[in-house]
Ligand binder design. Sequence first.
Ligand SMILES: Cc1cc2nc3c(=O)[nH]c(=O)nc-3n(C[C@H](O)[C@H](O)[C@H](O)COP(=O)(O)O)c2cc1C
Length: 168
Amino acid sequence: MPGILVVCYSRTGTTRAVAVALAKCLHADFEEIIEPVDRSGVLGYVRSIVDALLSRKGLIKPMRYDPAQYDVVVIGTPVWAGTMSTPVRSWLCRNRRELRRVAFFCTEHRRGEATAFKDLEKLAGKTPVARCALPGNLRAQEEQRIIGLFATRIERHLDRTREYEWMA
Ligand SMILES: Cc1cc2nc3c(=O)[nH]c(=O)nc-3n(C[C@H](O)[C@H](O)[C@H](O)COP(=O)(O)O)c2cc1C
């Protein structure tokens, strides 16, 4: 088992930056979910709001890593209209049956993480081993600290599980 995979979608780079920092902390593989859809500008923003409100799914490009090969898959999304982003919904619908354990994180302006986590959990059909919300007003140092704590929680869970599996 290679361990941990971090996947994320990012429209404007915030979630990607967190995902890259987290993958570095965890020595994890990292992959970004890419859509063949332009979500830039005001039109892209409106389109994204509507897609999220209607819980739409869309096309996503084929991915390099197979999530079934990992102990834990960490899924990162920006909060869109109080839920997960459309590309993350598309990825989860496609891969949820392959996931052993999951952890979730989201970036947001300032609210919506509770409903976003609830929707992620429901769609994944799994309770996450850890979750983390990062609002947009955090200072860089505070953000690094929270990412570090989140990584520690995921690692501790993995250590406990491996110990248990070894003893069983
Ligand atoms: C379509 C859309 C809907 C959003 N809805 C919310 C929301 O409900 N609550 C919130 O706090 N932020 C909301 N935001 C802000 C983003 O969650 C936030 O800026 C996020 O960090 C952007 O991540 P990204 O740069 O990885 O795309 C929304 C942004 C977009 C584009």
